[in-house]
Design a protein around this ligand. Sequence first.
Ligand code: AMP
Length: 190
Amino acid sequence: MRLVFIGPPGAGKGTQCKKLLELLQIPHLSTGEMLRTVKKQDSALSRWIASYIDAGKLAPDHLVMRIVAQRLQADDCKNGALFDGFPRTIIQAQLLDDYLAEQNLKLDMALELQVVEEELIQRLLKRAQIDGRVDDNYETIRERLHVFKTQTAPLTEYYAAQGKLETVDGMQSAEQVFDAIRVCVEKHLE
Ligand code: AMP
């Protein structure tokens, strides 16, 4: 199964991803992690990427698609993948659809996790204290939520039009959220 996981920062995607990966036994393709890995290197590219991540802005669409396409060529991605934090824009969604179509493949499902904004801010500030992520300060959090609302949220309509969208209420307990996700996934499994 190829599944796109959409949710604002702090929605609990990380927790649910872990459970989903165990259930589906597919590779986890997190563009945030991929970009943070490049960011740690010492190169012009890593400094360029850092300038986006540290400001809470989106890295350029074609750059992200190139990194994802490279990862998708690996053998472990033949039978599926869980896309986490990607696509983040309509252009990325189109680039992914085009890339998959070229390989005679397709996405099966887009899963949206919904959480109200006040709760997201509280969760992210808490995470900042625990993880010490540079992009989890108040200003960057607001920017990332704004970017999500304006650039990423429209993806739900894009996937709804393809009949692939499932929405889950992320304000429930982690177990309840996962039960709801499992029901959605089973609907789309062939
Ligand atoms: P995440 O770990 O998914 O919250 O991503 C952390 C940061 O990495 C984001 O705030 C962006 O700066 C960058 N990033 C991650 N995924 C993407 C993407 N698909 N497109 C553009 N930028 C991304």
